[in-house]
Design a protein around this ligand. Structure first.
Ligand SMILES: C[S@@+](CC[C@H](N)C(=O)[O-])C[C@H]1O[C@@H](n2cnc3c(N)ncnc32)[C@H](O)[C@@H]1O
Length: 660
């Protein structure tokens, strides 16, 4: 069995403390619910990790104190209105972390911050035990308490010393949960941010050659000329400057975490190299000393940074580079507090790895640049004549990582499958029915000219005729120009600049429905997810079509070979979305609207009775017909809901008189 060194023991102690801090409010709540009276008793929970020294049975064990928690104080914290939601619903309360209630404020002596992860304390465990005036902080969830002293003085101080005033927790420093972290990655991938190293490189070059960033120099001149009165043109240029600087800064942040995660790998490799000639402890110490020299940091500073960077490295190892490069603002907190650093978390990230990559590769496509910039990002000289493609993966060039995209084409050309989250090309998922299957992704519906000529059957008559369009719902003016538009009924679809791509993926359903649509982020009830887009046609029989109707025409929207991702929305007898009619700029649209979709859920609608039930032309022959149709029907609902209305074939048949 391996012998833990002091650093490992301390890390184990601080990890257990963090987890304890996470679980304890729930455990106490359970006890309270089952009627145990904890508030009345001055109870104290003390925990420690003890090393059992089998070799010297007479020698006292070494104890690593984890937590010392006043239960009465915790109970009153849990029972207070501010603390309850976070604990009951398992989400961090926006006001205070539930864990903060567990911090034993008796330990008011100087607090020395020690990060978890790679940190290796320089002092021996025994010397730590003796150092009673210092309290080590594992993280903000739980502090490792001052070790109990055998003499009576500390106990007396416990009673007589005034309590240190409790500082309000800084909401910006709350631990980040796995769900929040994953949500941040999806938000960032779908947000439309551009991680473009060329702009960063151009700025570096400009600063090196002229001492001034290029963009700032150009725009500053403009703003000086127009001082006071800012014309639309100047304002526009200033907005573009601000956008480019934000983009460059976001790109730098990604470059930073790539390099830091890779540094951890190099650190481990360097230790491994030294281990050939030195004992492991010394090899590690020497590597740290080398790094301190290069960074110009103290060992403590380095260890604190290393602990966070190790978190980046772990995330990259399980979730891939996209999970790190597109991480939201919560990445630092996620790695600092390590509340969610469990096996389950890494298994989840592993499962999401391909899904992140499909979205990142397809939504952040490469653009062409000349060879010069690539030469700076990668060590390999690029051919200046060749057309180089540059995208988010080019950021990995900085550490010599793979810069080739794995997933080309449209985001919905891939179907994510099973527990490994692997992605397969869309056509393959239809080969068992149609070897030639293909799907063209459309932004807007197209009119079947053979059926409708130049006429758009979705046109809605306005009385009296008008050149402008008023929304039938809110009565406000509609315009494709966001500056003139006043209708905000479906702002993510119409009348404004579209905010990135819709956070959905096509996935292979596990229960025989073939493909379905998965929500990567949540959609609040009432949010428009997408317009139902396809071929506007008519007279199709025995096909899945959406039927639209205006005062002048009845038309069909067919998505068999072209359309958008709404084609993959399955039926559920308990759906989380529905289709709604909406008129935009005088044209009728069918919009998929959320009724409350959670991140990670399948998006479903109710296809309605007419889809599932077959009408019988001769009700009087019903029994005979029933038998034949029941054998031939292939429509059985597989939604799996306990209140499923169409899982039984025989019930799917209606006499003509009642069929819709
Ligand atoms: C608009 S498509 C939905 C996407 C489809 N699952 C696919 O892979 O292309 C409609 C078809 O999906 C299948 N489907 C949708 N919901 C279903 C359900 N609840 N039970 C069984 N099949 C379903 C039916 O074959 C139906 O004709």
């Amino acid at each position: 069995m391996s012998t833990h060194d002091a650093a490992e023991l301390e890390r184990i102690a601080s990890d257990i403390a963090a987890r304890l801090g996470d679980q304890l409010p729930g455990a106490i709540l359970q006890l309270l619910k089952s009627g145990v009276d904890l508030a009345g008793e001055p109870l104290q929970l003390d925990c420690s990790v003890r090393r059992i020294d089998h070799a010297s049975p007479g020698v006292a064990d070494q104890a690593y104190p984890l937590a010392s928690v006043g239960l009465g104080e915790t109970v009153s914290r849990i029972s207070s209105p501010a603390g309850t939601p976070g604990i009951l619903y398992g989400v961090a309360s926006p006001v205070k972390s539930p864990n903060s209630a567990l911090i034993n404020r008796r330990s008011s002596n100087r607090v020395e911050e020690v990060s978890s992860g790679l940190a290796t304390p320089t002092t021996s465990p025994r010397s730590q035990d003796l150092r009673s005036s210092k309290v080590r902080k594992a993280n903000n969830s739980l502090r490792i308490s001052t070790p109990n002293r055998a003499d009576g003085r500390l106990a007396q101080r416990d009673v007589s010393l005034p309590r240190k005033k409790r500082m309000p927790d800084n909401p910006a420093l709350q631990p980040s949960t796995l769900d929040k972290y994953i949500g941040g990655v999806w938000d960032s991938i779908f947000s439309g941010i551009k991680l473009d190293p060329t702009e960063v490189i151009a700025q570096w070059q400009a600063i090196e050659s002229s001492g001034q960033p290029r963009l700032l120099a150009d725009t500053e001149k403009e703003l000086l000329v127009h001082h006071g009165s800012v014309t639309q043109g100047v304002f526009g240029r200033m907005s573009i400057l601000a956008r480019k600087v934000s983009q460059a800064s976001r790109t730098c942040r990604s470059l930073e975490v790539i390099v830091q995660a890779h540094w951890v790998q190099c650190f481990d490799d360097r230790v491994a190299e030294l281990v050939a000639t030195l004992p492991r402890d010394q090899a590690k110490k020497q590597t740290i000393a080398e790094a301190c020299l290069d960074f110009g940091w103290s060992e403590k500073e380095l260890r604190n940074k290393m602990a966070i960077w190790k978190g980046y490295y772990d995330i990259k190892k399980s979730g891939g580079w996209a999970a790190l490069v597109f991480a939201g603002a919560g990445l630092y907190r996620f790695c600092k507090y390590r509340v969610s650093f469990t096996e389950d978390t890494f298994a989840t990230l592993q499962m999401l790895r391909h899904r992140f990559e499909v979205a990142a590769d397809t939504l952040h496509p490469s653009k062409q640049i000349d060879g010069l910039c690539l030469q700076i990002m990668t060590k390999t000289p690029a051919d200046p004549c060749s057309n180089q493609l540059i995208g988010w993966r080019q950021l990995l060039g900085i550490i010599g990582g793979p810069t080739e995209r794995t997933y080309n084409d449209h985001p919905h050309d891939f179907v994510v499958c099973g527990s490994s989250g692997e992605a397969i090309p869309l056509p393959i998922t239809y080969h068992q029915w149609d070897k030639e299957f293909s799907y063209v992704h459309l932004e807007e519906s197209v009119i079947d000219r053979e059926v409708w000529g130049d006429y758009d059957p979705r046109l809605v008559t306005v009385d009296p005729p008008s050149d402008t369009h008023k929304c039938q719902q809110c009565q406000e003016l509609q315009s494709d120009d966001p500056r003139d538009n006043r209708c905000v009924c479906y702002p993510t679809l119409y009348g404004s600049v579209r905010p990135g791509s819709t956070p959905v993926q096509i996935f292979r359903t596990p229960n025989g429905k073939n493909n379905g649509l998965l929500a990567c982020c949540s959609f609040a009830a009432g949010t428009a997810i997408a317009e139902f887009v396809g071929l506007i046609t008519a007279n199709l029989a025995n096909m899945d079509v959406m039927v639209g109707q205006t005062d002048k025409a009845v038309y069909q929207i067919w998505q068999g070979r072209r359309g958008n991702f709404t084609r993959f929305v399955n039926h559920s007898c308990q759906p989380n979305s529905q289709y709604e009619r909406f008129v935009w700029m005088g044209i009728q649209r069918i919009v998929l609207v959320s009724m409350g979709v959670e991140a990670g859920e399948e998006i479903t609608v109710d296809y309605s009775e007419s889809y599932w039930k077959v009408s019988l032309p001769y009700p009087e022959q019903c029994n005979e017909m029933l038998l034949i149709l029941a054998q031939n029907l292939d429509k059985v609902c597989l939604c799996g809901h306990e209140k499923c209305r169409y899982r039984d074939r025989n019930r799917s048949i209606l006499p003509a008189a009642t069929a819709s």
